[in-house]
Design a protein around this ligand. Structure first.
Ligand SMILES: *Cc1c(COP(=O)(O)O)cnc(C)c1O
Length: 229
């Protein structure tokens, strides 16, 4: 366990240094960027080590895992749901996730809104965009569908739309892909779209350079992911 702690602490320091230097070369303030540590498939003991090292933002892709881990960390931890949404899981996702990065369907938005309204609550959302929207299995809407989607969300008062999220297709060069997304979203001048959840272990420096406000980093901090149980 001690060995694991040393490994995680050293990786975290490394990632923190990479964030700082990417921010510096982009002429940005480090504080503009939220590091979301992606703990999916890893045990809660790893999340605890991160918490003890000051990490407060955690990302999970699956409802059951997020629900279990969030129960075991202190309440000031902030949980981000970034996986594909299944309609029947929405009540449970709401019970633990503070922010949802992967909204990409009106049906899901309606269901979130209905349940949140009944509970007198709201949540922060990002809309997931895709540069290959034909790959529906990966989620996300096409850039050109964003304005219409935003209009359809307007009546949904319990959804605080904050920005956009994307995972780039492997064949797209990261700096070009992120720049395309950021410049398109900026061109809309939409008052609610201020957050950009872009960048993972392999491309977060490019994302920071393009303007990311949230980076979702898993394997650079925790190592290669164990197989799913
Ligand atoms: C798994 C995952 C990450 C983290 O990926 P790493 O390459 O391990 O940093 C980030 N975002 C999403 C949506 C993921 O599914």
């Amino acid at each position: 366990m001690n060995e694991r702690r040393i490994e995680i602490e050293s990786n975290l320091l490394d990632v923190e240094n990479r964030i700082k230097s990417a921010a510096e070369s982009a002429g940005r303030n480090r504080d503009e960027i939220t590091l979301v540590a992606v703990t999916k498939y890893f045990p809660v003991s790893d999340a605890l080590i991160l918490y003890e090292n000051g990490v407060r933002n955690f990302g999970e892709n699956r409802d059951d895992e997020g629900s279990q881990k969030s129960n075991q960390l202190r309440a000031d931890a902030i949980w981000h749901f970034q996986g594909q949404i299944q309609g029947r899981k929405i009540p449970s996702i709401i019970s633990w996730a503070d922010q949802i990065h992967s909204l990409d369907s009106l049906d899901h938005a309606l269901k979130f809104n209905r349940i949140l309204q009944a509970a007198g609550e709201s949540r922060r959302f990002m809309i997931q965009l895709s540069l290959e929207p034909s790959r529906e299995d990966r989620g996300g809407i096409a850039l050109h569908d964003l304005p219409k989607f935003l209009d359809s969300l307007l009546p949904l008062t319990q959804l605080e739309i904050r920005g956009v999220m994307a995972v780039l297709p492997i064949e797209i060069e990261p700096s070009a892909g992120f720049a395309e997304i950021v410049s398109y979203v900026k061109s809309l001048s939409h008052p609610h779209l201020q957050e950009y959840s872009l960048g993972m272990s392999n491309d977060f420096e490019d994302a920071i350079c393009a303007g990311a406000t949230h980076i979702r980093v898993g394997s650079s901090i925790l190592g290669s992911r164990p197989a799913l149980a």
